[in-house]
Design a protein around this ligand. Structure first.
Ligand code: ADP
Ligand code: MG
Length: 708
């Protein structure tokens, strides 16, 4: 197996900011860098003469600075006049450094690239990219890579280029497998990568943009194959594994969740829970519960993804699965990515199950020693049939008597190591627990089935009845007062309100300041109302206290950073305001919005946007918010999210372990997916070495995750 060299790294030298950012993007090996493809390109190969330019063109001009001055009206700005011999153009900068001003001194020859607008006063460019006009023009298009704060484009370009030069790029597609592909011409991986990083200017940009170019096709083929291979590998591994067969046994034979003193408590928990629920299951909930129960009755470990939109009622499905497990005399664990979310589950499950005589244990990292010891005892002796918590549940010290089912909420936030650790918890005998993963970030069912070669998929495609749809409004920050007025209205009707402040990734402190200020502002504007604050830096006990005040209804408004993103369930909350909505991703907005509209009362979501210094909201941001106002279907939103953001922005998701594709599009590339599905077993059987190399190249250390 060939492994690419990791970039040189001195053992004790701290990483520089851009190096850290590279790590954050998962760009560790040469091959990772080589596979980091441009989002778009800039054409710096040509110079446009101003006299030949057209209004609205994005063009590069080469011209001499004839004037450079700071103007104060209508606001402070740097105005630089340049002339290229055919005409002149004014470059306008609203934010600028003294150093920039110096670099644009009269007489300097520069290249400026930007969008040209015309008008009475002649050509202008707002915030063009400028550099000194020295050296020959590049011969290839300039790549623009997806990046994060702290990682400047030029640094990233250099890193990618050196990764590309060093990476081992020999082909891994066996001829007989490639022959089945209907793509002609089929480029090699090396050709494709070299081209995509530095395409020649004569290329059809449209082909690059819509990814139909043969170079793109080749990458999609590679990626889909890697994904299918690794999942097929893990499916095959799983076929040899054994799990406890979870079928109901007579209660009198089971220790644990039954109360022998009360005969009516001797019925299976499953039936008693169904009877005790304050609502009827939806058809979809019933169907997926049956799918799960059928899996649990098998020898092979279940590996099922339960997907359902926010509010579709996944928790009760999880509870029912847990009862199936306990009815068979085994223990179940439910884990969530954050303590807040885990605690919500805990409260809900205790509410449903303790009246039926089930002991539910609670485990988190922040717990007091005494409580923890007590819980560990309950778990080890099997007195707790169900354990709820954060990943603390799978720490080494936690000994289960007999764990048979692990339920993981919002699996994409769960790391590799945690998933692997679960395996050690059953109870010897080479048994594996069954696994149920729940997610509210769905992909369409038919696609999910072919994409997740190693995952069975259950989809809840129906919301519980009696929900009134959430009305979503996109509102400018300038109308903040009206929004606060609206909050008053809701509070007067006895309703509750969420106000969400954005997470500012680069600075947790800023993020906090923002939330604290909003909290103060709302407290002042809403006298007599309890306004709470929840943010990620607060001690857990305080978080819990705030949450329970809100859950119980005493708190009218909850100001929070995105800690409430997943899972919080307060049906009396009917209004959600999301500040700086333009900074959120679509799926994230959808998750947040799903916190309201959980009861029968009409609910609304206000997406407050701010344009900052800019006169209007950018194109992408506008599309994003518009999409939110137009649809409340999570599947549709997931699709649009992909359309709008492009796969580049899925990098963050890739880091957190979501098995999403970067290059291929499941809907558009279904033929390639079909090919990859057929090619994978052939390759694994007849060319195992190539298969291994292929998977390592594409997924590297992620393969552990996929196998988990
Ligand atoms: P999610 O799928 O987002 O995790 P939850 O499990 O939190 O959704 O359920 C959302 C709300 O809907 C909860 O208050 C839950 O009790 C309620 N609920 C779940 N199933 C039903 C149903 N069949 N009928 C009515 N309400 C339901
Ligand atoms: Mg949930």
């Amino acid at each position: 197996m060939t492994r690419d060299r990791a970039p040189a790294k001195a053992a004790d030298k701290p990483l520089s900011a851009p190096q850290k950012a590279l790590h954050k993007l998962g760009l560790l090996r040469d091959i990772d860098l080589a596979l980091h493809l441009p989002l778009r390109y800039e054409d710096e190969t040509r110079i446009t003469r101003l006299a030949d330019a057209r209004e609205g063109d994005t063009a590069q001009i080469e011209a001499e600075v004839t004037a450079c001055e700071v103007a104060y009206r209508p606001r402070r700005q740097l105005l630089v006049t340049v002339n290229d011999g055919s005409d002149s153009c004014v470059l306008r900068f609203f934010n600028f450094y003294p150093s920039q001003q110096k670099a644009l001194a009269v007489g300097t020859k520069i290249r400026a690239r930007g969008e040209l607008s015309g008008g009475f006063l002649g050509w202008t460019m707002v915030h063009p990219h400028c550099k000194a006009a020295s050296g020959a023009l590049p011969t290839a298009l300039t790549p623009v890579y997806p990046t994060v704060a702290g990682l400047p484009q030029p640094y990233l370009r250099k890193a990618v280029l050196s990764g590309l030069t060093r990476a081992e790029l020999s082909d891994t597609l066996p001829t007989e497998v490639a022959a089945q592909l209907k793509l002609r011409p089929l480029w090699t991986l090396k050709q494709a990568l070299e081209f995509l990083h530095h395409p020649t200017p004569d290329v059809m940009l449209a082909q690059l943009e819509d990814r139909t170019h043969p170079a793109w096709q080749r990458l999609k083929v590679e990626e889909l194959l890697a994904q299918q291979l690794s999942q097929l590998q893990s499916r095959r591994e799983r076929e040899h594994l054994r799990a406890p067969v979870l079928v109901p046994v007579r209660p009198e034979l089971v220790e644990g969740p039954f109360d022998r003193a009360q005969p009516e408590r001797m019925l299976p928990l499953h039936e008693r829970l169904l009877a005790a629920l304050p609502f009827q299951l939806t058809g979809a909930q019933r169907r997926v519960s049956e799918e799960i129960a059928r899996d649990l009755a098998q020898h092979q470990p279940m590996h099922r993804l339960l997907q359902g939109d926010v509010g579709s009622g996944k928790t009760v499905v999880a509870a029912l699965a847990a009862t199936v497990c306990m009815d068979a005399g085994w223990q179940c664990a439910l884990m969530a990515p954050t303590e807040i979310l885990a605690y919500q589950h805990f409260r809900k499950l205790v509410g449903w199950l303790e009246p039926l005589g089930v002991r539910v244990a609670w485990l988190t990292g922040s717990q007091k020693k005494k409580e923890r010891t007590e819980m560990l005892g309950l778990i080890e002796r099997g007195e707790a049939g169900l354990v709820v918590g954060t990943h603390a549940v799978i720490q080494e010290q936690v000994q289960f008597k007999n764990l048979a089912l692990a339920i993981i909420d919002e699996q994409h936030r769960f790391g590799v190591a945690q998933r692997l650790a679960l395996r050690s918890k059953t109870n010897g005998e080479d048994l594996e627990p069954h696994m149920l993963m729940m997610t509210a970030t769905p992909i369409p069912r038919t696609l999910a089935m072919s994409y997740y070669a190693d995952l069975d998929v259950s989809t809840i495609d129906e919301l519980p009845p009696g929900r009134s749809p959430i009305v979503t409004k996109v509102v400018s920050e300038q109308r903040r007062d009206e929004v606060i007025q609206r909050i008053r209205g809701q509070l007067e009707q006895g309703r509750q309100v969420y106000w969400v402040c954005p997470l500012i990734e680069e600075s947790e402190m800023l993020d906090l300041t923002n939330a604290t200020e909003t909290h103060a502002e709302l407290s002042a504007a809403l006298p007599g109302v309890m306004v709470g604050l929840l943010h990620s830096r607060m001690p857990v006990a305080e978080k819990k206290a705030v949450m329970s005040l809100f859950t119980s209804g005493s708190m009218g408004v909850l100001v929070s950073t995105t800690v409430i993103e997943v899972g919080v369930d307060v049906p009396n909350a009917t209004l959600m305001v999301i500040e700086h909505a333009e900074r959120f991703g679509l799926s994230q907005l959808h998750q947040l919005r799903g916190r309201v509209g959980r009861g029968a009362a009409a609910s609304a979501c206000v997406l407050l946007y701010s344009t900052g210094d800019a006169p209007r909201l950018g194109e992408t941001a506008r599309e994003r918010l518009k999409a939110m106002a137009e649809t409340s279907d999570g599947f549709e939103i997931a699709r649009r999210d992909l359309d709008i953001r492009g796969p580049g922005e899925f990098l963050g998701a890739r880091q957190s372990g979501a098995a999403l594709l970067r290059f291929a599009d499941l809907a558009e590339d279904s033929q390639l997916l079909a090919w990859a599905r057929e090619a994978a077993p052939v390759m694994l059987d007849r060319h195992p070495d190539l298969a291994e190399r292929h998977v390592m190249r594409w997924l590297g250390s992620r393969t552990n995750y996929l196998k988990a």
